[in-house]
Design a protein around this ligand. Structure first.
Ligand code: TYM
Length: 353
């Protein structure tokens, strides 16, 4: 991926070549306000990976994926901008990472078609997200919802991605992307890199504050169940104070204590402290004190991001500029993989003039 390889310049006169950087890629759907779950499970790690300087990074807003659920067009436009603004506000730096909108790189939809032809009905039927979403949107079980993982596989495989930083809920989609790559490579010879998920322990699965056995989700209609990046300090503190916990009082992880386990996880993911350290810190204190402390550390984390999102939303021209440059760089690489794939399956490429 020469155009974004920021490694030292290639050595000359027989010196060893510098190692090529690995590729890290991940996307987020603009299907609602971005939550604390998205931040702790994904975005925070995207920034850390970018800042390590060890990877070539691509991060995008998966606008095409969002269409698998009916969206209000005006709302969707706003959410796409907001998704991009959150990426930038959270620390994704367009000088270091390629930032773009999925639909601006037409190769995603094109490779998805090819991969659809190498993805089995049975394996798509086993996807838990498909089962969950078809139960939730029973009046709109469309083909896109079903073939969603083939588009996601295209997102990943187009760039020969090595690592995909995601939350736990995307693990099954990563597995199918690997299976598709493996199947295709088995038939035609090495075409795609088989991607690995990158999932951190603490933020991997942030649960709803109202129903802690359920994942915190952008599309949850109960606004008390989710913390969004746009929530004010007062809203965040209030939601943590109201968070559902069991009837105990000891701040300690335990079986059946889903609410408190979730809060300990959140506190750990935000502060970087281990579970043991947290349990020691809150020994002798009750749930009330701990909920307040959680609210405060989360508010301190969210506040600077929220403030920057507002600045970016007032400067959409800048977001457009970032996306234009990002799509240009992404599509140059994507085109190479697409052409390689077309040739492997036997399609005849248009002749150059
Ligand atoms: P999406 O938009 O649902 O979520 C974006 C990222 O946030 C993570 N996440 C969570 N992590 C911890 N706790 C939670 N409660 C939580 N909720 C969401 C998700 O795991 C994800 O990493 N299919 C993807 C978007 C996508 C994609 C891709 C991802 C499209 N193409 C290519 C990676 C690579 C999705 O719907 O994420």
């Amino acid at each position: 991926m020469s155009e974004i390889n920021t490694a030292a310049p290639a050595a000359q006169n027989g010196e060893a070549k510098p190692a090529k950087k690995k590729i890290s890629l991940s996307f987020i759907q603009p299907s609602g306000a971005i939550t604390l779950g998205n931040y702790l499970g994904a975005l925070k790690n995207w920034v850390a990976i970018q800042d390590s300087g060890e990877f070539n990074c691509l991060y995008a807003v998966a606008d095409l994926h969002a269409l698998t659920v009916r969206q209000d067009p005006k709302n969707l436009r706003q959410q796409i901008y907001q998704g991009l603004a959150v990426l930038l506000a959270a620390g994704i730096d367009p000088e270091k990472s390629i930032v773009f909108q999925q639909s601006h790189v037409h190769q995603h939809a094109e490779l998805a078609w090819i991969l659809n032809c190498y993805t089995m009905f049975g394996e798509l039927s086993r996807m838990t997200q498909f089962k969950d979403k078809s139960a939730k949107y029973a009046d709109n079980i469309n083909a896109g919802l079903f073939t969603y993982p083939a588009l996601m596989a295209a997102d990943i495989l187009l760039y020969q991605t090595d690592y995909v930083p995601v939350g736990q809920d995307q693990k099954q989609h990563l597995e199918i992307a690997r299976d598709i790559a493996n199947r295709f490579n088995g038939i035609y010879g090495k075409t795609f890199t088989e991607p690995e998920p990158y999932i951190t322990k603490a933020g991997a699965r942030i649960m709803s504050l109202a129903e802690p056995t359920k994942k915190m989700s952008k599309s949850d209609p109960n606004k008390n169940a989710i913390i969004t990046i746009m929530d004010t300090d007062a809203e965040i503190i209030k939601k943590f104070k109201r968070a559902v916990t069991d009837s105990g009082s000891e701040v300690r992880m335990g079986e059946g204590k889903d609410g408190i386990n979730n809060l300990i996880n959140i506190y750990s993911a935000v502060t970087g402290k281990s579970v043991e350290e947290i349990e020691r810190e809150f020994e002798g204190k009750g749930y009330g004190d701990f909920k307040m402390a959680c609210g405060e550390v989360v508010a301190d984390t969210v506040r600077p991001i929220r403030e920057k999102v507002t600045d970016y939303m007032n400067n959409k021209d800048y977001i457009d500029e970032v996306c234009k440059k990002g799509a240009f760089m992404a599509s140059r690489f994507a085109q190479r993989t697409l052409e390689k794939t077309y040739k492997k399956v036997g399609l005849v490429l248009p002749k150059a003039d």
